[in-house]
Design a protein around this ligand. Structure first.
Ligand code: SAM
Length: 286
């Protein structure tokens, strides 16, 4: 068998199994063993740690995860990959693959069923790019017992997630992730190391989830809605964006009360201002 994560590993698997790559599932298989290793090393795994992988594909990353972690729970939407994954992971017993759409899975229930004896639970994955944001937002907002995410995604989304105030990358996603976790960029990954090559470059990022948010929004649903509204139209002022969803007088009162200028744009505000606005809305609901 060729070395895992190499071009010949991917080509052999596809050919021998007559597997047709499905673009609709974001199937871009990684063919660079050093990047696979970088992902696994950045997660800092041990045998007391269980990993949740989303989209094992041909199993190249999964194999390294089975070696480094106590257990791997993987979600794969494409049941045509069953024989390939069974073959490539045949020397391991410490894994379970659930053939299901991650966006429909009851992850908390699966964690309780398969991973309850593990001290740490980390997500480590080369994500399907067409649903990167819903996967991350979905898992983070459910407050699952997951302490860390090491994930590959398109570079543009990675930049947004790690975006800082007053830069073009800073948006609602940056604010939401910053509220939940400490983001770190691990490395950029060129499109040329995938089969087939996607149209964009990628990046690996790590999110260390806060056990307790440093600044607490009383109601996270109100917070989430508020940040989306603040960034609804990038060129509009904070006041104008908020007035599209909330009563104008109420918005003016809130901004006066909190000492936030109505004419600023959301992209210059730090996380603490969004939390203060959210908590004002929660405590002064009409
Ligand atoms: N881990 C492999 C690698 O690094 O080469 C494959 C990564 S590929 C970018 C994304 C994988 O996610 C594919 O195997 C695809 O079938 C799977 N996938 C796509 N949508 C999914 C979903 N909604 N739920 C679970 N898996 C999904």
């Amino acid at each position: 068998m060729p070395k895992i994560g190499s071009i010949s590993f991917v080509e052999k698997n596809l050919k021998e199994n007559q597997f047709k790559i499905k673009k609709k599932f974001g199937q871009n298989f990684l063919t660079d063993a050093s990047i696979l290793k970088r992902i696994v090393d950045s997660a800092e795994l041990d045998k007391n740690t269980a990993v949740i992988e989303i989209g094992p594909g041909l199993g190249a990353l999964t194999e390294l995860l089975c070696e480094a972690a106590g257990f791997v729970l993987a979600y794969e939407i494409d049941a045509d990959l069953i024989p390939i994954l069974n073959q490539n992971l045949k020397e391991f017993t410490n894994y379970k693959i659930i053939f299901e759409d991650i966006l429909k899975a009851d992850v908390l229930n699966d964690i309780e069923h398969y991973l309850k004896e593990y001290k740490n639970i980390y997500v480590v994955a080369n994500l399907p790019y067409y649903i990167t944001t819903p996967i991350l937002l979905g898992l983070l907002s459910k407050n699952l017992p997951i302490q860390r995410y090491v994930t590959m995604m398109q570079l543009e989304v990675a930049n947004r997630i790690c975006g800082k105030p007053d830069t073009k990358d800073y948006n609602a996603l940056s604010v939401w992730v910053e509220y939940k976790a400490k983001p770190t960029k691990i490395c950029k990954v060129p499109r040329t190391v995938f089969v087939p090559a996607p149209n964009v470059d990628s990046a690996v990022i790590r999110l260390d989830v806060y056990a307790e948010a440093p600044i607490k929004a009383i109601d996270e649903e109100i917070f989430s809605k508020l940040i989306r509204q603040c960034f609804a139209q990038r060129r509009k002022t904070l006041y104008n964006n908020l007035s599209l969803a909330y009563d104008k007088i109420y918005v003016q009162q809130m901004l006066d009360n909190l000492g936030i200028s109505p004419s600023v744009r959301a992209e210059v505000l730090p996380l603490s201002d969004f939390v203060r606005m959210s908590n004002y809305l929660t405590q002064n609901q009409k």
